[in-house]
Design a protein around this ligand. Sequence first.
Ligand SMILES: [Zn+2]
Ligand SMILES: [Zn+2]
Length: 261
Amino acid sequence: MELIDTHCHLTFDELAGDVAGIVERSTAAGVTGWITVGTDPKENQKAIDLTNRFENMYAAVGIHPHDAKDVTADTINQLKELAQNEKVVAIGETGLDYYYDNSPREDQKRAFAQQLKIAAELNLPVIIHCRKAFDETMDTLDQHGQGVKKVVFHCFSGSADQAKIVLTKGYHISFTGVVTFKNADKTREAAKAVPPERLMLETDCPYMSPEPMRKQKINEPALMIHTAKFLAELKAMNLPDFAQKVTATTTTFFNLPSKSI
Ligand SMILES: [Zn+2]
Ligand SMILES: [Zn+2]
């Protein structure tokens, strides 16, 4: 089995000290590819540097909505340059977070629009972070996403109806271990609405370990196997079939070199 963790933060302090061990445990668990996601200029550079040390590890570069207030013209120019590195497979994470509102909403929208433009210019997929801002995120995509061919909503927290809207637009949806949480009925309903052809998996580690490992405070890619098992069961599929389909979806979406398919 070859699953791909499409959204991890291996450069964050909780994980960065032991990436070799993390990769080893992950591979043993059947999670054999990783996209480590940048959130600010420093993390973006670290993400690219890290991918040069490991096969099957790729990077996404972007400015998180939390950091949108610090985005200048220079930030955007530098991001565009970094995004042309051969190990970069996506722009992100970018989007809108009206739950924390760590940056003014106008700044979030502006930085999001600027990153959509880079993705269109470089023909890269976009990884969307959307929290309590569903309508505004869809509006921004409609207004500024011309030329963007591939979009994934990461750590999807919307309803089944919202999932259907996302799918109607041709976008993809990615789920974290949250879908395994006891109180996550809404997310499970959403997951039921997403076919494997449009679904991807992620840890978003170091955060949100899935059940039954939730007490492990620092999540890591090896634990994504529990999310995969859970979703396969939810969809009444056997795990190898589900894994094969979702990995094919992921490989195509991020245009990764296909190994064994
Ligand atoms: Zn996020
Ligand atoms: Zn993230």
